[in-house]
Design a protein around this ligand. Structure first.
Ligand code: HPA
Length: 283
């Protein structure tokens, strides 16, 4: 068991690591991003729309976790999009890769220290609700974190936020509205619902999906929730947009696989990018 002194030392070492990562990024660009975007499956090509980009491989940033799976390239891009300076994370890491949730969310804290005010978290997910279909986009109204070890466990990082974090408006209601209005203007259908976090790397059993349904989830996925929790701890405005890549197994599909997730993600890429760009322009 760790002593309270050791817990305090862990916390101080985490803050030092965050500061070192921030200093490194600041040595590469003098730009001051206002919005952070985590680019999930299907959104990687958004990177090509950025102007005046500084591209930094995660591996070069001190202490930054690096992705181990296909479809997540691992670069931090700082540039202009829709008249705003943004920091885009091309690729993220997940709990199932072996990182703990504090490590997964390290980049969110680094972006916060770089000065962003808003974070947009995107992901691919499976539909629990029968009203959704592959290829739909969904704005996250709320989440279920029951299967997510808290990224805030351990000594509280007081310089970021309080020990006990209010999650009653985990996803900023004004941003949810903004996403809905933007989709309307673009003539896009946008679903709204609850994202259930699943630790992975297995896809869910039918019983697990029925459990999620009973708990009130509309979709399930293996990311975003730890990042949203830390974003709220930091006091960031938070928006989540999901791309539904598959119906989950209760719908009699012949199993879920990563290739289908990537394929559908790529098919919706264009409309996903248009929506995110439209939102960024209005923030
Ligand atoms: N379950 C969990 N994560 C996912 C899924 C799913 O069905 N699809 C894409 N990511």
């Amino acid at each position: 068991m760790k002593s309270s002194k050791e817990l305090m030392a862990d916390k101080e070492s985490l803050v030092t690591k965050i500061n070192e990562a921030v200093q490194y990024i600041k040595s590469k660009t003098t730009r001051q991003p206002q919005i952070g975007i985590v680019l999930g499956t299907g959104l990687g090509p958004l990177a090509e729309q950025l102007e005046e980009v500084t591209s930094i491989p995660y591996g070069d940033i001190p202490h930054f976790p690096t992705p181990t799976i296909a479809g997540h390239s691992g670069r931090l891009l700082i540039g202009e999009l829709g008249g705003q300076c943004i920091a885009a994370m091309q690729g993220r890491v997940h709990y199932y890769e072996g990182y703990d949730t504090a490590e997964i969310t390290f980049p969110v804290r680094v972006l916060d220290r770089l000065g962003i005010k808003t974070i947009i978290l995107t992901n691919a997910c499976g539909a629990v609700s029968k009203h959704f279909a592959p290829g739909d986009l969904m704005v996250i109204e709320d989440h279920l974190s029951f299967f997510c070890p808290s990224p805030l466990r351990g000594g509280n990082l007081d310089e970021f936020g309080e020990r006990f974090v209010d999650m009653s408006a985990a996803y900023t209601p004004e941003l949810v509205k903004l996403a809905e209005n933007t989709a309307k203007e673009l003539g896009q259908k946008l679903q709204k619902g609850v994202y259930g976090y699943w630790h992975g790397p297995t896809f869910e059993t039918a019983a697990e999906i029925r459990g999620f349904m009973a708990l009130g989830a509309d979709v399930v996925g293996m990311s975003t929730v730890p990042e949203a929790i830390v974003a709220r701890h930091c006091g960031l405005n938070t928006l989540g947009i999901s791309c539904i890549t598959n119906m989950t197994c209760i719908y009699g599909t012949d199993g879920t696989n990563h290739e289908d997730v990537i394929e559908v993600g790529n098919q919706v890429s264009e409309k996903f990018i248009a929506l995110i760009k439209g939102i960024v322009e209005k923030i």
